[in-house]
Structures are given as C-alpha cells and as structure tokens.
Design a binder for this molecule. Structure first.
Ligand SMILES: Nc1ncnc2c1ncn2[C@@H]1O[C@H](COP(=O)(O)OP(=O)(O)OP(=O)(O)O)[C@@H](O)[C@H]1O
Length: 588
C-alpha cells in the first residue's frame, strides 16, 4: 500500500537516505524507551522506599544521555529527510528535462496529441515544479515513516513482552487498525485526489492563459466575463479542496480514536495486572508510558499519508510524461554539399480524418528563392512546421540532400534549418546576448555586420550599441525593429536552409522592404523558403508554389502562374485592387 516501486526506483539515491532516516528514528525510540525504563524503575524504587542516591544518579545519567542521543537522532533524521527531498527534486526534474529534450521540437505536438496522457504544455510546467515538490514529502517524510511505523511497534513489543505479555500483545494487535482505517479511506481518497489534481492544473491553465491574453481581454471588454468563468472554476476548486480537507480531517479523527483507544486498552490491561499483583509498579508505569508510542508512528504516518497521496497523484502525471513514446535515435547525416529540399506526395494532419496537407510535391533548391502562397488555412505554416521538425508523423517523403527528414536528429535539423516566424522571440537582456543565441562564438564585428545587413546598426549606435537593453519579448522595441533583430540573429545562425514564415507580417512597409531585400539576397547563397500571404513579396521568387486546401494548385514563376490563370491570378488581382484602393485612400 502506497509503496510505489517505480517511484522509488526512479530515485535510487533516495533508498540510502530513507534507510538511514529510519535507523535514526529507531535510535531515538530506543533512547526514549531507555529513559522511560530508568525513571519507571526509579519511581518504583522510591515508592517502595528502596531507591538510593546512586539509583537517582543512574536514572538522571541515563536520562541525560538518552536526551542527547535522541536530539542527535532527530537532527540526523531531519538531515536525511532533507537529503532525500533534494535528491528527489534533482533526479525527477532532470529526468523530465531530459525527456523533453529527447522529445525534441515536436514535444508540444506529442504531449497534446497523446492518447495516454492529456498533459497540456502548461501542465508540464506545473507537474515539473509543484508536482515534484509534492513528491518531496513522499520521500522525505512518508517513506521513512512507513518503515519506522512498522519497526517501532515491533521493537516496543519485544521490550514490553517480558514485562506484561498481555498488554504487549493487545497493543501490537491494535496497531494494524490504523493502516486498515487508512486503506478504507484510500479508496475514496484516490478518486477525490485525482479529481482535485485535475481541477488544480486546469485552473492553473486558465489563469496562465487569461494572464497572457489580458491585454486582448481588456481591448474587447471580455475581462469581466473571463473573470466570472475563472470565479466559477475557482469555486469548483474551493469545493473540491474542502472535500479533500474534510476527508483528511475525518480520517485523522478515525485514526486518533484507534490510537487513543488502543493505548487506553494497553494501559487498562497493565493496571489490571498490577491490581492482580502480576506486575510491579515500575513495570506498569513503563507499559503506561510506552503504550502511546506503539501508535504515534502509525498515527504520524496517517498525517503524511494525505500529502503523500497528493504526490502520488502528481507522480501519475510525471510518469505519463516520462512514458511518452520516443522516436528511435536518428542517425541520418546530411551530405555537406546538397541542401535541396524535396517533398513528394506529402500528407499530414493534426487529427485523424482531418488532412491538412494532401499530396504536396515541391522542390526547394539552393541558390534560388522558393515561395509558398495560398489562402489562410491552406497549410503553409504546417509545411514549415514539418520542415523544421516541429510536427512529426507525415506521409510521403521529405528529403534534404536525399536524406529522409525523419532520419535526422533534432540537433542535426537545428544545425541545418533556421526558422523565422512572424514574431521571433526576444529575451530580456542585451542585444548582443540575443544575437549570440544564433552563434555564441560570434565576435562584436560579426554582430555589427548582421546588424548592418538588417538596417539596425544606425539605430543601435544611437542607443547603447550591442549593450542596448531589451525588455522581455523585446517590448521596448518596435515591431519592425524586433523583426530586424530576429532576422539578424537568424543570419548569424548561418545554416544552409532558411524558412521565413510571414516574417514581415504586421510590420511597417520600410522594415518589410528591408527584410524582403535581405531574404532575396540570402536566397542567392542558401536554400530559402518564403511563406507570405502578400503576393507582391513573392513576385520575384524563382519558384512559387500555390497551395489550395493542402494541395498544390499551381507551380511556376509569377508570370507563368499569372498566365495560367487559376487561384494565383485571382489572389494577385484581389491584392492589387486592395493595394490600389489603399494607396488611393492614402492619397486623398
Ligand atoms: N496545432 C494545430 N492543431 C490542430 N490543427 C491545426 C494546428 N495548426 C494548424 N491547424 C489547422 O491546420 C490547417 C492549416 O493551418 P496552417 O497554419 O498551416 O495554415 P496557413 O496556410 O499557414 O494559414 P495562415 O496563412 O492563416 O497562417 C488549418 O485548418 C488549421 O486549423
């Protein structure tokens, strides 16, 4: 019961700490028993008028020594408990992090689509932080207490048996009633705690999401509604928390009744023996003083039990995450000189029965600019996600330099492909720190070179140069400046393949033109895929792939596609009209 072999096996270091913790607690128990016997003997002697000064000195000596031993044992047990907690946190967090790294860039796809676990990405954060914290009690307090609560009554039984076997047997027989009460509660507790934990993480999810989207909620005046929804969720959580607490309190009351009832039974039996003249006063006193100790460890176990159960519920999520299937090691090596990307009959869907890409065939060649266009939702970003390894599990072929993409490890892919999305993430820190994420060994001159190429150098010279401070997500920079910096970082990364996915959407025209010019220049030396909804940006591309509903609806250059008619011409005509209209509006 409540001894999870897998959990213990997951932190092998903890076994030694738990064993030593039990040993120290046991040492403390022996010390208290020694004090009890010494003073019971002294009091017995005093009552009979046979106690001498030497008896008093001996009892005091034993008492003082036992106190010192007990203090030492308690301190050492506390230390072992701390060490066990520390090794648990370290080992489990390391295992979770390693697992996430092994899952690679497609980790988000895997955790959200797995059928066995339904762990959202923010739940992963909760499980890794608070879930592991909860397990700290399991290893630091519950496990040692579990073994100690078995050892302590047996030890006391052995000590009291020669004094009063009746009382000793009665006390020992009553002890298992406490775990029996715990087991009865456990069936209810397990379900309740799993619901409690589910609601707790769901509330955490909602809270985080609403906090992140607070600006949007304020803009649309939807914060009040969300607030009410969160209130409802919080109320549900409060209710289940109360249920858990009352279940815990009730079970504690039951355990107390068993513990005090059992101790009282032992005491009554001892007093009966004394009255019948079968037991000395000292013996009776020893039984009375030690009878509570039979139950205290088990009773203490009962209090840790609920926290440990909480940890066990969290461990379910942790193991579900650790059990996510991993791809076999990928050992494909790319040839040094061929970075052509070939897609053949590529199929992919996020959910079964809902295909997103349906037989896409496309070559993305080095030294030329290839563009993918199409209406919103046609699958452009999905294609980019597949090429960068963020989505796995496609049908058909994707080859880079003749090597199947599925054979490439996440590291190899990261060394080969750089992805620039519509909002490259900038971290709080300096410009130099952010840029060096692309190439840690780049010197200042190299940083300035890419900043020149992305037209950021002049602006930064007016600030603090490479030491200019960035707020989280680059909040103190304009959208255009953020994208230029993201592009500069991507250029520093210097990979043979680049994918730009709407890299210039939502920024000013000047920044858009500068970034587009750089992308076109880059296409002369690298393999570049440009995804853009704005056809004016791709008109000069060497090859344009038009996607429609996940299928290739046209392939060629701007002029040939216009001549062909079809979707491309319709999109082009629509956008030209809109741009003329916008210019006309601006001129008025
Ligand atoms: N993570 C996801 N889970 C489930 N479905 C998704 C996911 N991402 C995209 N889709 C679906 O896949 C389809 C293609 O989306 P995708 O983002 O590739 O389109 P897109 O052409 O890039 O659109 P846009 O131009 O608007 O960015 C859409 O129907 C979308 O709903």
């Amino acid at each position: 019961m409540m001894i999870d072999k897998r959990l213990i096996g997951a932190v092998p270091d903890s076994r030694g700490h738990v064993a030593r913790n039990v040993l120290y607690q046991w040492g403390g128990l022996l010390a208290s028993a020694a004090t009890t016997f010494a003073f019971a003997r002294l009091l017995g002697g005093l009552l009979q008028g046979v106690a001498t000064g030497a008896d008093l000195a001996a009892a005091c000596g034993v008492g003082l020594l036992a106190m010192a031993v007990r203090w030492l044992c308690t301190a050492m047990a506390g230390r072992e408990s701390f060490l066990a907690s520390r090794s648990v946190k370290k080992a489990l967090r390391r295992r979770i992090c390693d697992k996430l790294l092994r899952l690679g860039p497609s980790y988000a796809q895997q955790v959200s689509t797995s059928e066995v676990v339904q762990v959202s990405t923010s739940e992963v954060v909760q499980v890794t932080t608070e879930g592991v914290e909860q397990l700290e009690t399991y290893f630091g307090a519950y496990l040692p207490q579990f073994f100690y609560s078995l050892l302590a009554p047996l030890t006391l039984f052995v000590l009291l048996f020669p004094i009063s076997w009746k009382a000793a047997v009665a006390l020992l027989l009553c002890v298992p009633l406490i775990p029996a009460a715990i087991a009865a509660v456990q069936t209810v507790a397990k379900k309740l705690l799993s619901r409690y934990w589910g609601q707790y993480t769901a509330l955490g999810d909602t809270f985080l999401e609403n906090l992140q989207g607070l600006t949007t909620l304020k803009i649309y005046g939807a914060d009040g509604r969300k607030n009410e929804e969160m209130d409802r969720e919080a109320e549900q959580f409060r209710r289940i928390t109360m249920k858990v607490l009352s279940m815990q309190l009730n079970s504690i009351t039951i355990m107390d009744l068993v513990a005090f009832g059992g101790a009282a039974l032992g005491m009554i039996l001892a007093v009966g023996e004394l009255a019948a003249g079968n037991l000395s006063f000292a013996g009776c006193l020893a039984v009375i003083l030690l009878s509570a100790d039979f139950f205290i460890p088990m009773r203490q176990l009962g209090s840790f039990f609920h926290v440990a159960m909480n940890g066990m519920a969290a461990s379910g999520k942790i193991f579900a995450l650790l059990d996510l299937p991993e791809d076999p090691p990928r050992q494909g090596r790319l040839p040094e000189d061929d970075y052509t990307v070939c897609c053949r009959d590529l199929h992919f869907g996020y959910e079964p029965g809902r295909p997103v890409l349906q037989g896409v065939s496309l070559d993305i060649r080095p030294g030329a600019l290839t563009a993918v266009v199409g209406e919103s939702g046609c699958g452009k970003s999905t294609l980019a996600a597949l090429l960068t390894g963020r989505c796995r599990g496609y049908g058909g072929e994707v080859r880079i330099g003749g090597v199947e993409l599925g054979r490439l490890s996440a590291e190899e892919l990261a060394r080969t492909v750089t992805y620039v999305g519509f909002a490259g993430y900038l971290f709080s820190g300096t410009v130099a720190e952010n840029l060096r994420m692309g190439c840690p060994e780049a010197d200042d001159a190299a940083l300035w070179r890419v900043l020149e190429r992305t037209w950021m150098a002049d602006f930064l010279r007016g600030e603090q140069g490479l030491e200019t401070h960035l707020e989280p997500q680059g909040a103190n920079f304009s959208g255009g400046q953020r994208q230029r910096l993201a592009l500069a970082r991507a250029l520093l990364h210097d990979t043979p393949i680049y994918i730009f996915d709407e890299a210039t959407s939502n920024i000013d025209v000047e920044s858009e033109n500068d970034i587009m010019a750089e992308i076109h220049a880059l296409a002369g030396e690298k393999t570049v895929l440009l995804i853009s909804h704005r056809l004016a940006n791709v008109a000069a591309a060497d090859c344009i792939c038009v996607l429609e509903g996940g299928r290739v609806a046209g392939l060629g250059n701007h002029l040939s596609l216009l001549a062909e008619g079809g979707l491309y011409r319709a999109l082009w005509a629509g956008q030209q009209q809109l741009e003329r209209f916008a210019k006309g509006g601006a001129a008025q």
